[in-house]
Design a protein around this ligand. Sequence first.
Ligand code: ATP
Ligand code: MG
Length: 223
Amino acid sequence: MNYFVTGTDTGVGKTLISCALLHAFAAQGKRVVGMKPVAAGCDEDGVNEDVKHLRAASNILATLSQINPYSFLHPIAPHIAARNAGVRIELACILTSYRELAAQADVVIVEGAGGFKVPLNELQDSAELAQQLNLPVILVVGMRLGCLNHALLTTSAIEASGLVCAGWVANVLDGEMSALPENIEALQQRIAAPLLGTVHFQAQPDAGVVATQLDIGLLGELT
Ligand SMILES: Nc1ncnc2c1ncn2[C@@H]1O[C@H](COP(=O)(O)OP(=O)(O)OP(=O)(O)O)[C@@H](O)[C@H]1O
Ligand SMILES: [Mg+2]
């Protein structure tokens, strides 16, 4: 089963949770691969850090262009980064790479860029990519002040896109967040999809450890 991982914002832990999901499925003996269709911001070697993490958490061999069809040097909104590079992000190209990965793996975890409604070109956004991939969505909620609104807007957008939210993860970004349990409870009351796990703030987050904090069995109804 394959999933599209989105988040309440950029920098909320999508890569960490995507890698943790890959570890969790790999522990069940599955062939797993992560995909980052659009990445903006590259290291000196020309490769995006998310792509490196997803690759390291994958257990099948895949090419860089399959894992990351679109890569831009500077960390700017994707459609602007693409325009600056004289490129148009084509969903068809992403679908081709995705299908190649899906043919080789039992589980493909696709990490979206930024939040669910981030534009990818002048007409289409990340939500439309998820629709064309036709994947259940896993929502990473970055637990910090303001996240309730962002999380509920995102679940509304997922519903409006006609896709299923298969689960959500409470990823604690602010170790000092006030009323954390009450905030998680407020989301549990309002999000129909299961809470796959609460990932607490950790000084040096490790996807292998985070994997043990997620219950992928709760995705079972869909798999
Ligand atoms: N639970 C956590 N505890 C501590 N640090 C965390 C936690 N979750 C994520 N981080 C850190 O926050 C940063 C952003 O996380 P991550 O890269 O996974 O976010 P993202 O949503 O994938 O961002 P982007 O939109 O750039 O793809 C990273 O440095 C990551 O290690
Ligand atoms: Mg990321």
